[in-house]
Design a protein around this ligand. Structure first.
Ligand code: GMT
Length: 380
């Protein structure tokens, strides 16, 4: 029998600042808007998830602190909650974002259900779950097992698909579904947002947004900014998904105190994004780089390292500029060139926004997940 009934979907992700959690929250929100019933299961409510939206539910995983454990365990209480929610609400599938430990917990949850259950598991690989943990002998075999037991595996870029097959020796099929971004309406005008940041009308606002982990090479971003030769006034806005304190000494040494504006753990990123002119990203590796896409949606092109899945997002020379990794001078030269050519920058920004809309919008990407769900659940 065929039907197009709405699905009942459990989603698990990391709820704190980070691309995989942002993506999972946006996906859940969109699925609920499309009539599906969505149940988030995590240790905290994902930070961008709206409260009181129809068909959108949150189930917290409670973790008790036992003296006998040197390291607290999350996987088991998560799997118990997944099984409980799946059974109580009759879920069709669990969609887990970031394999560790979510995919393992989902497989365990499914095996706890009474025999004959039809719960499906979809695992989306986001990045370091493959590129970092996949190489770790203490994690790799467990990740591979969870992927082999999943009903479908997706990766957020062709690059990540290839790395998952290579590093994990995963021979099953991987669907590539790129990330998307659905900006909310900004609360302020561009002028108001720039005023709030202390950026003058004639200044170019460079922009970096990340969780500041070492592989983001924020040190290189700062070094590149210190090497700029432009005479155009500029500032660098850092939207930090973590404490910026470890970088303050470098900012002081490079004499950038008056140039660098930092905002930590910003929830509504649309306002600062409106204010930005040019992104700068120096990551060593990146399966996709959602931050670049977020900037593209606001007509802000980026200079970024040519690594991982970034070339699938940014067409070098058309919707941004790509430079070799680890090279602050190359970053600085590309920034100087675009700072000095506002018309080129604006054209690039327009094309970037268009590409974001055509290739990485809600309308393009969410139906790909819906089709995948229906395929694994055998519902057309
Ligand atoms: O894998 C990580 O390092 C964390 C993860 C996250 O939760 O932010 O980032 C990854 O997933 C994002 C969303 O799909 C991608 O935009 C990031 O490129 C990716 N990070 C890396 O590959 C380093």
């Amino acid at each position: 029998m065929t039907s197009t009934r709405p699905l009942k979907i459990g989603i698990t992700c990391y709820p704190s600042v980070g691309g995989s959690g942002v993506l999972a929250s946006a996906l859940g929100e969109e699925l609920a808007k499309r009539g599906h019933e969505v149940h988030f299961i995590s240790y905290e409510r994902p930070f961008r998830l709206p409260a009181n939206a129809p068909r959108l539910h949150f189930h917290p995983v409670v973790i008790n602190d036992y003296d006998l454990f040197k390291y607290p365990d999350y996987t088991l209480p998560l799997s118990v909650k997944m099984a409980e929610v799946s059974q109580k609400h009759g879920l069709d599938l669990l969609h887990v974002h970031y394999a560790v430990p979510h995919a393992t917990a989902a497989i365990l949850a499914r095996s706890m259900l009474p025999s004959g259950n039809r719960l499906r598991v979809v695992t989306t690989l986001h990045g370091t779950d493959t590129t970092l943990l996949g190489r770790d002998a203490g994690y790799g075999p467990a990740i591979l097992h969870a992927l082999n037991c999943s009903d479908a595996v997706t990766a957020v870029s062709e690059f990540l698909k290839g790395e998952s097959q290579r590093l994990l020796a995963f021979t099953g099929s991987v669907d590539v579904i790129h990330n998307f971004f659905a900006p909310r309406p900004p609360q302020r005008t561009r002028e108001e947002a720039r005023h709030e940041l202390g950026v003058g009308p004639d200044e170019v606002l460079l922009f970096h947004s990340s969780n500041l982990r070492p592989l983001k090479r924020v040190d290189l971003v700062l070094e590149a900014v210190s090497l700029l030769k432009t005479t155009t006034p500029f500032k660098l806005l850092v939207l930090a998904g973590g404490s910026f304190a470890p970088f303050l000494e470098q900012v002081r040494k490079l004499g950038l105190e008056s140039r660098v504006i930092v905002r930590e753990n910003v929830n509504a990123i649309e306002d600062p994004l409106q204010a930005a002119d040019l992104g700068v990203f120096a990551s060593e590796t990146e399966s996709f780089c959602l931050s670049i896409l977020e900037a593209m949606c606001f007509g802000c092109p980026s200079v970024a390292t040519r690594v991982g899945g970034i070339p699938e997002l940014v067409e070098d020379g058309a919707t941004g500029v790509l430079v070799p990794p680890g090279d602050a001078r190359a970053l600085a030269a590309a920034l100087d060139s675009l700072i000095g050519s506002p018309s080129h920058r604006l054209t690039m920004g327009r094309l970037a926004r268009l590409r974001a809309h055509e290739r990485f919008s809600t309308e393009t990407i969410v139906p790909q997940y819906e089709a995948l769900y229906r395929r694994v659940c055998s519902i057309v």
